[in-house]
Write a protein that binds this ligand. Structure first.
Ligand SMILES: NC(=O)c1ccc[n+]([C@@H]2O[C@H](COP(=O)([O-])OP(=O)(O)OC[C@H]3O[C@@H](n4cnc5c(N)ncnc54)[C@H](OP(=O)(O)O)[C@@H]3O)[C@@H](O)[C@H]2O)c1
Length: 313
């Protein structure tokens, strides 16, 4: 495309963008007011050109689950001048608070409250957002972590349906739409937040471990498909991270990681375009053990584990 400026956006090795351009526009959900710059073609992530025009649109990061925990910490980590954060969640008040913190750090932000169990609505919202302002990094972090109710033999059918939609169906739908768009642009990064639970047959959380297992295989398969098209897809498999989700669990949370530290590791992995980040390392050992120890023994041990969860507040 002759005459279209080629802008190279920058992600240093820690995965956080440096400032480029002014990125001064503020976006409301309905009213995108970009000063109609010609959309740049984005080739590779590398140092910005000193001659980047002040009308360059900001680097755009969309985070689902941006209202809490890991998603909120990621939003704060990416927040800096020249970056626009689009934060999705359900709780409007918490979304607005995080957005205000992001703006205080010099970025721009907008929020959308939506229920990700409504896959069609989420897909329409993603298309609308990307049409208005190309997404550079999509982080699919929202998740439900409910386990079997105390004393029940299984999770409820409704629980399993909702967990499947929020943890698997909607994120893989959004990731696929974004991957096809980014592949055409030959640039972009997608991260899916799974869990180490993907690698274990958890009797009290069949839907959680099952949905995260599906997400894990989807993510690494999409990574394989997208690599030739300059789109990176990163699977994040955390152990215990100190967020409202894990705080609901009664009992020990071994090798607990703060959400700030988790965000640091995650942004670095996304910046490096890694296929998979699993942390902290003892869970990599547990994954290996589960593969080599006979399944009947593993299942017996897992059935013995007492796991209780407080209701959501
Ligand atoms: N914390 C851990 O120990 C841990 C370990 C492994 C994996 N993970 C994964 O990390 C991700 C983030 O979890 P977290 O620990 O940060 O938990 P969190 O603090 O409870 O945050 C969960 C996020 O998901 C959003 N969400 C949940 N259901 C939704 C729905 N139906 N529609 C839209 N948004 C929805 C929540 O939005 P609202 O609050 O606004 O409803 C919130 O922003 C999840 O995918 C989780 O499975 C967490």
């Amino acid at each position: 495309m002759a005459g279209v400026p080629l802008i190279e956006k920058n992600i240093p090795s820690d995965g956080v963008m440096c400032q480029y351009g002014t990125g001064s526009h503020l976006v409301a959900w309905e009213g995108y007011t970009l000063p109609a710059p010609i959309r740049p073609r984005i080739k590779r992530f590398s140092m910005p050109d000193a001659s980047v025009s002040p009308t360059t649109p900001p680097f755009h990061v969309l985070i689902t689950g941006g209202s809490s925990g890991i998603g909120a910490s990621l939003a704060l980590r990416y927040a800096r001048p020249g970056t626009h954060l689009t934060l999705w969640g359900r709780n409007t008040e918490r979304l607005e608070n995080i957005a205000a913190d992001v703006v205080r750090k010099g970025a721009t932000a907008d929020t959308l409250s939506l229920d990700l169990s409504q896959t069609e609505d989420a897909l329409a919202a993603l298309r609308k957002t990307d049409d208005a302002n190309h997404i550079d990094i999509l982080i699919l972090g929202a998740g439900l972590g409910d386990i079997r109710p105390e004393g029940a033999l299984t999770e409820t059918a409704e629980q399993v349906r909702d967990i499947s939609l929020v943890n698997f169906t909607t994120p893989v739908t959004l990731a696929t739409e974004m991957a096809s768009r980014m592949a055409v642009r030959k640039s972009g990064r997608i991260a899916l937040i799974g869990s180490v639970a993907a690698f274990h047959d958890l009797p009290v959380a069949t839907a959680y471990s099952g949905s995260k297992a599906g997400l894990a295989r989807f993510s690494t398969a999409l990574h394989a498909a997208m690599t030739p098209h300059h789109v990176s897809v990163t699977l994040i498999s955390p152990g215990y991270v100190d967020t409202p989700m894990s705080q609901r669990l009664e009992g020990a949370r071994p090798f607990l990681v703060s959400s700030k530290r988790a965000a640091r590791m995650i942004t670095r992995a996304i910046g490096q375009g890694r296929a998979h980040l699993l942390f902290p390392w003892p869970f990599a050992v547990a994954r290996f053990l589960e593969m080599v120890v006979p399944r009947a023994i593993v299942h017996r041990l897992l059935r013995m584990a007492e796991v209780k969860q407080r209701p959501t507040q």
